[in-house]
Design a protein around this ligand. Structure first.
Ligand code: HEC
Ligand code: HEC
Length: 321
């Protein structure tokens, strides 16, 4: 990130939201563009849509695919080593099995894809959107078109959206956008919020918590977490998510400023390299092309430049550059 002032930072975030991205070449064999643009704001108003109950999943082949999609969404670790190379499950950031309003629920997502996205200058299908979360949030290798995991996830989302309108953004979609913070997000203040309200579950070192083999609380930085290309590494996206959903069980209890500060603290830590770095010559270039938004990629913090490494976590596609 090159933009230093908070106003410019915020302006950059807004520009990205509207797909206005300076610095990206428009044509040629450009590397994959950023799939993680912030969602357009959901319309205000009460959340009225209710996805169907699990008990109503039909007892046939279609229903079997819905159930498989639900199971993969909740326990994405089943795909570890093949499509997933960190400790995350989809439901870590899309809460309550993708049902919870204001945590980017899947029922609100189905009707808005396929959609043109300025950032990669083409129409993205739902399958591509899912693949994006595999690449970045799961630090993974996305399942191919027509493969069982992708069909299952899509079938599950489509079923969740039963009765929802098409091509209409519904209240509850995405994460609600916070207003600009009164003071620039501050990692030191965020560290205090983290120690008091988050570390108990997410660990002093952001490593999350395991019980036996099971990751019960997700890691927020380090190898097990989302990589430098994920939407959640943006301070604004994380702040939006955190305000609406964390601490778990007490959503909405942080002040806006606390949500901004703790998001800055979390995202000021190291994590697996942005996979798009492989297609480019340097961290500088990756920073220039893909990180003109509110994040710390390429910035020096505590004497180290974040993202300046060849470490792609467990992802084997990362090895060898
Ligand atoms: C680390 C958090 C995280 C994890 C894990 C994650 N996602 Fe996401 N997902 C996001 C964020 C953040 C967005 C919104 C992007 C933005 O606003 O920049 C998003 C958006 C989406 C969308 C589009 C939503 C919309 O309304 O446009 C879909 C679909 C999706 N994710 C599916 C998945 C699937 C499937 C998985 C598991 C394979 C997954 N996500 C795992 C953070 C995550
Ligand atoms: C009581 C335990 C608990 C507390 C306290 C808590 N969290 Fe979480 N957090 C969770 C769980 C569990 C999830 C995953 C949700 C799920 O899988 O249902 C989560 C998910 C997240 C995520 C999604 C990103 C990812 O990579 O999975 C972020 C960011 C986050 N928490 C930040 C915070 C912050 C910031 C605080 C403190 C203000 C906090 N959490 C406090 C339990 C907690």
């Amino acid at each position: 990130m090159r933009i230093r002032s908070i106003t410019l930072w915020l302006a950059g975030g807004l520009a990205a939201a509207f797909g206005l991205n300076a610095g990206i070449a428009a044509e040629g064999e450009a590397p994959e563009r950023d799939y993680q643009v912030p969602l357009p704001e959901a319309p205000a108003g009460e959340v009225t849509f209710e996805p169907p109950a699990e008990a109503d999943i039909p007892d046939n082949q279609y229903g079997d695919m819905v159930r498989l999609g639900r199971d993969l969404f909740m326990d994405t670790q089943r795909l570890r080593g093949e499509h997933v190379f960190n400790d995350q499950n989809c439901s870590n950031c899309h809460l309550d099995a993708g049902r919870l309003a204001s945590s980017a629920p899947m029922w609100a997502s189905v009707g808005v894809y396929p959609a043109y996205r300025g950032k990669n200058d083409k129409v993205n299908t739902m399958a591509e959107r899912i693949q994006g979360c595999f690449t970045y949030s799961m630090n993974g290798v996305p399942p191919e078109y027509g493969s069982e995991p992708l069909v299952a996830l899509q079938t599950y989302f489509h079923w969740l959206a039963s009765g929802a309108p098409i091509n209409e953004s519904l209240p509850g979609r995405g994460y609600p956008t916070l207003a600009e913070p009164a003071q620039a997000p501050d990692r030191a203040r965020g560290a205090e919020v983290y120690a008091e309200q988050c570390a108990i579950c997410h660990g002093d070192e952001g490593q999350g918590r395991r019980v036996g083999e099971r990751q019960v609380f997700p890691p927020l930085w380090g190898d097990g977490a989302y990589n430098w290309g994920a939407g959640m590494h943006r301070v604004n996206t994380a702040a939006n998510f955190i305000k609406a959903n964390m601490p778990l069980g007490k959503p909405g209890s942080l002040t806006d400023q606390q949500a901004w500060d703790v998001a800055a603290f979390i995202n000021g830590h190291e994590r697996p390299q942005d996979p798009r770095r492989r297609t480019l010559d340097s961290v500088d270039e990756t920073d220039e092309i893909f990180h003109q938004h509110m994040g710390y990629y390429g910035d020096e913090i505590d004497g180290r430049r974040l993202g300046d490494h060849d470490h792609y976590g467990e992802n084997p596609q990362g090895a060898g550059g």
